[in-house]
Design a protein around this ligand. Structure first.
Ligand SMILES: Nc1ncnc2c1ncn2[C@@H]1O[C@H](COP(=O)(O)OP(=O)(O)OP(=O)(O)O)[C@@H](O)[C@H]1O
Ligand SMILES: [Mg+2]
Length: 185
């Protein structure tokens, strides 16, 4: 059976001990459901899903901006898992952004790659935080699990893509998902 792990989890596992080791192992062994890939129009997916998020943005007092590249070709992806990854980024953006701020969801393409970005005008992160972002259980929130970004990374690896983040204290954060475009037939 194929088994994909987020790079670095095993090393981290080795560092943990006793009770937390058991919990850690369970998480390390967590596997996403097998991808149900199909040709996905990313802009359409975003339009559909973001339409249901109005009240969440409204409650947070955060504006939602979008900028979609109309020439974006389809990606071969599991739409629900892809949306889960995007949603985790949006949730983090909302958590980090004070009322009056903005989150911009945008798409673009470069070569044979689709880029999906979630940028916020929140507090941003230090270099130390940036280093730990994808380590399971890293959280600076009182009730955070610290698994949101580990899951984003796992989903991107499963899709043959990656996630990157640019951020600086006081300057907000921008996460970008990179996905290979579907092969042309
Ligand atoms: N957009 C962002 N702006 C500032 N900090 C962020 C942002 N996204 C992530 N972080 C930092 O990365 C940490 C890890 O994020 P992650 O999504 O993995 O877990 P979490 O949000 O803390 O918990 P959960 O996802 O379970 O609610 C956060 O606690 C926060 O410190
Ligand atoms: Mg999160």
């Amino acid at each position: 059976m194929r088994r994909t792990r987020v790079h670095g989890w095993s090393t981290e596992c080795a560092r943990k001990s006793s009770a937390s080791t058991r919990c850690w192992k369970i998480i390390c062994d967590l596997r996403l459901p097998k991808l149900q890939r199909r040709a996905v129009e990313v802009n359409e997916l975003l339009d559909q899903k973001l339409a249901f998020m109005e009240s969440i943005f409204g409650q947070a007092g955060v504006a939602l901006g979008t900028s979609f590249d109309p020439s974006l070709e389809t990606v071969s992806a599991d739409p629900e898992q892809l949306w889960q990854a995007i949603l985790n980024l949006i949730r983090n953006g909302i958590d980090a952004t004070p009322a009056g701020g903005e989150i911009i969801v945008s798409t673009s393409r470069a070569g044979r790659e689709a880029h999906i970005s979630v940028a916020d005008t929140g507090g941003g992160m230090t270099a130390e935080q940036l280093e730990k972002l994808y380590i399971p259980f890293f959280s600076t929130k009182p009730t955070g699990t610290g698994l949101g970004l580990a899951l984003v990374q796992q989903i991107m690896i499963e899709h043959g893509g990656r996630v990157e983040c640019e951020s600086a204290p006081g300057k907000g954060s921008a996460f970008t998902l990179f996905l290979p475009l579907a092969a042309k037939s």
